[in-house]
Design a binder for this molecule. Structure first.
Ligand code: AMP
Length: 218
């Protein structure tokens, strides 16, 4: 089974992707995590993409397509949850093409929706663990010990693109480039939308209901 989560930055995709991966045994494919890791490891790919991440704009498709293709080839048999990919119509079409070539399809595209002022508040309060990628929020989901990951005790950091100007840019990029995916996924009959207001548990319940409905229909 393949499920895809999309929505503006800060809507809670990463947190939900972790919870869903545990519950449904998905392998999580988070493009943002992959790119950030390349940057932090100082790889040649990392040096190519760093500037895009800092500016809050999208990394060019040729780089993204290569990463996706390699991942799909290695994980043909897996249940996959796509988080933060695709981000453009071109990427969505490329994903479909790759899946079809491998004899696969994908079943659920889920858009998470949240008001912009709430998004900005969440992003400004967001911290993450650079080692295990666990996400915290100082307003709604703080770590047990201030500044330290509950899970692996690594010092939490604020993402460099979670500053007010870059947040604005990322929201603008989302509206322009990613939001058009709604019509595309509607046309493929796989589109669902949920309101991402409320607690992590509430949102998780809503998403689980959609996935369960799909599983029960199979
Ligand atoms: P995220 O962790 O999903 O908020 O992504 C952080 C940054 O990684 C984005 O602002 C982009 O610079 C880059 N990025 C993540 N996913 C993609 C993608 N599918 N296509 C292009 N760039 C991406």
């Amino acid at each position: 089974m393949r499920v895809l989560l999309f929505g503006p930055p800060g809507v809670g995709k990463g947190t939900q992707a972790d919870l869903l991966s545990k519950k449904y045994n998905f392998i999580k494919f988070s493009m943002g995590d992959i790119l950030r890791e390349e940057v932090s490891l100082n790889t040649s790919l990392g040096s190519k993409v760093e500037n895009y991440l800092i500016r809050g704009i999208l990394v060019p498709d040729n780089i993204i397509f290569e990463l996706v293709k390699n991942f799909l080839k290695k994980n043909k048999e897996a249940h996959i949850l796509f988080d933060g990919f695709p981000r453009t119509l071109n990427q969505a079409q490329n994903l479909n093409k790759n899946l079809t070539q491998l004899g696969l399809s994908f079943e659920v595209a889920l858009e998470m929706h949240l008001a912009e002022d709430e998004i900005v508040k969440r992003l400004i309060n967001r911290r993450y663990c650079p080692k295990c990628n666990k996400i915290y929020n100082y307003a709604t989901n703080p770590p047990k010990t201030n500044g330290v990951c509950d899970h692996c005790h690594t010092k939490l950091i604020k993402r460099s693109d979670d500053d007010t100007n870059t947040i604005k840019k990322r929201l603008q990029v989302y509206e322009e480039k990613t939001h058009p995916l709604v019509d595309y996924y509607k046309s493929l009959n796989v589109y669902n939308q949920i309101n991402a207001t409320g607690s992590q548990e509430d949102v998780f319940k809503k998403i689980s209901e959609i996935i369960d409905a799909y599983i029960n229909k199979r």
